[in-house]
Design a protein around this ligand. Structure first.
Ligand code: MAN
Length: 598
């Protein structure tokens, strides 16, 4: 903190007293430049009350003992005795540096033991001890005591304290900077790591995509090959034959039905007394086959029931229907049923081709593959509405597979219904797709990590101070209990007003920017002493709540005060070591403002 600063912050410390001008030069450098006579003897003009040392040379009496006004029309010349005679002669007020006679002149207080100052001449001799003139030189003797030595001591002690505070704080700040540097290195390493990972993963995705393509293509080629295999061609021929045989059987059965009904009529109604041997032989032959050689009763006859029963007994007893000419009774149960033939015809031959390994697989392997295809593919071929009957369909198919010794019946199959919507593809294609999917997900995860790391890195360079010193405080919260509310501020995060008496919390905003009033140049210490948090909860009939944070250097991160300056506009005052720039960094601005004051 520079002297100028201090001046305005501790005005109450100045208690000047009335004193005659003490002809002592405070700044030796100025004296040396303005007094060629030498530093030892005081300048003759030094005794002129309220005169700034810079102007001493202009207040040397002329040979005619006159004084010429420093500026103004005609540069009026007056007797030297008219200087400080409490009457304003010069337009620019230059003849009255030590009185209140001229409106525009200023009064210079030497403030020996402290720091010189200038006040407006209107405040000279008004009976008020102006704090700026701690030596009391602006008032008549005895009115204001000279407290400059005490004030000066206190001021220098304050400066020293401030210097120490800054020194301690800047050590902590250095540790913040070190943290930021580490963080920067870590982030840079991460960027490289993630960039490389992204490249790797891009290659992985590309590879996985190729595998999918190859598998899909290979699957197509393999299917072609399989379709052209003698086994499949033969199977197709068998199926065709089966269809043809089934329709021929159907046709023959219906023809047979017609013939049978003709013969039924004939054997019931022909007259054996007619000597037509051909008709008789035909009727006898039919009865031999279908009625055990007996004449069936005429239609509508009352004794039909008894005779039926007798005939049945005889059939059961002696046995064989004449149709079964091969005559092996045990084979009867193996006679294939119509529905079974139908099931056989429905078997999805293409489905059987999918997922089937090449002919070289061993018997056991073949069974495994088959089981796989049964469990895997069958569900895929079933439209969603039919999935419920999947178990039924599958057991039907399995029946045949087991019956024809394709599948080992000792193997039990779980009846869990596979997920619907699984795509119609082979396990290989599905696996390839799955690894493409996970490679793609992994790639985009890595890309997200890369993006966020790059964002953190660029924040580190722009958002967290010239040396990244504020990064350490990213997310650190400070708070102060003020009775009704506890106010909390999380650096670069949210500011909150928390009700202590049952009231809820109000958002006071989120970090928006540094130096909200654009009063300081970016990169200066002043720039980083102000933060704006805005877009908090909307005020009833007012603006969104916002916080203007004023920061000072101290070794603690501490919220000192909260004032609601305007309704829903809060001013927070806080300290942080992050703002404790070392003196060297601050030197240029300090010296320039000191010069301005002098
Ligand atoms: C709440 C608090 C106050 C604010 C009023 C405005 O009571 O956030 O700080 O002034 O709302 O209505």
């Amino acid at each position: 903190m520079n002297p100028h600063h201090h001046h305005h912050h501790h005005p109450a410390l100045f208690q000047p007293k009335a004193r005659m001008l003490v002809p002592l030069i405070v700044i030796p450098a100025l004296l040396a430049s303005s007094s060629p006579v030498g530093a030892k003897s005081p300048h003759p003009a030094a005794s002129i009350k309220g005169l700034h040392p810079d102007k001493y040379d202009r207040y040397v009496p002329s040979s005619k003992d006159t004084f010429t006004c420093l500026s103004g029309s005609g540069k009026k010349t007056i007797p030297f005795s008219a200087v400080n005679d409490d009457y304003c002669d010069c337009e620019d007020g230059s003849d009255e540096p030590g009185t209140s006679a001229c409106r525009w002149s200023t009064f210079y207080c030497h403030n020996k033991g402290h720091i010189p100052a200038s006040i407006l001449s209107s405040r000279v001799g008004d009976g008020i001890c102006d704090p700026e003139c701690c030596d009391g030189s602006d008032e008549s003797e005895g009115v204001c005591p000279d407290v400059c030595v005490a004030i000066g001591q206190e001021f220098r002690a304050g400066l020293e304290e401030e210097r120490k505070r800054r020194k301690t704080g800047s050590k902590i700040r250095s540790s913040y900077i070190a943290f930021a540097e580490k963080e920067k290195k870590r982030l840079e390493a991460d960027v490289i790591k993630y960039s490389n990972l992204v490249k790797d993963k891009e290659r992985e995705v590309e590879k996985a995509r190729q595998v999918v393509e190859e598998v899909e293509q290979g699957q197509g080629e393999m299917m072609e090959k399989r379709k052209n295999s003698p086994l499949y061609t033969s199977l197709l021929a068998h199926r065709l034959s089966l269809s043809r045989l089934r329709s021929r059987t159907t046709r023959l059965e219906s023809e047979l039905d017609v013939l049978k009904s003709i013969f039924e009529d004939l054997v019931r109604s022909y007259n054996p007394n007619y000597q037509d041997m051909a008709v008789r032989a035909a009727a006898m032959g039919y009865m031999e086959i279908y009625h055990d050689g007996k004449t069936p009763p005429a239609e509508g006859s009352g004794t039909g029931v008894e005779e039926e029963e007798t005939r049945r007994e005889e059939v059961d007893g002696e046995g064989e229907p004449v149709v079964d000419e091969s005559g092996e009774g045990e084979e009867k149960e193996e006679e294939i049923k119509d529905e079974e033939l139908e099931e056989l015809e429905k078997v999805d031959l293409m489905g059987l081709l999918v997922g089937w390994e090449d002919g070289s697989v061993s018997g056991a392997g073949k069974e495994d593959t088959l089981r796989e295809f049964v469990l895997y593919n069958l569900a895929n071929y079933i439209p969603d509405p039919l999935l419920e009957s999947y178990d039924f369909l599958r057991s039907g198919l399995l029946y045949w597979l087991i019956k024809f010794s394709v599948v080992d019946p000792s193997t039990t199959f779980s009846s869990s219904v596979p997920k619907p919507h699984s795509s119609v593809e082979s396990p290989q294609t599905s696996a390839a797709r799955q690894s493409l999917n996970s490679a793609t997900i992994s790639l985009s995860d890595t890309q997200a990590s890369l993006t966020s790391t790059q964002a953190s890195l660029s924040d580190l360079a722009t958002k967290f101070g010239p040396k990244g010193e504020w990064k350490k405080l990213d997310g650190t919260c400070i708070e102060k209990n003020l009775g009704e509310y506890t106010y909390e501020l999380c650096f670069f995060g949210a500011a909150t007003q928390k009700g202590n008496k049952g009231g809820g919390n109000n958002s006071l905003g989120r970090f928006n920017s540094w130096n909200y009033d654009s009063s300081a140049e970016e990169g200066t210490e002043a720039y980083y002493s102000k933060q704006l948090y805005d877009m908090g909860a909307k005020c009833w009939n007012g603006p969104h709540r916002s916080v203007k944070l004023q920061l000072y250097c101290a070794k603690e991160n501490e919220l000192l005060s909260v004032v609601e300056a305007e309704k829903c506009e809060y001013v927070f005052t806080a300290t942080s070591p992050a703002l404790c720039w070392p003196e060297a960094e601050d030197a240029s601005s300090s010296s320039s403002s000191t010069k301005d004051e002098l």
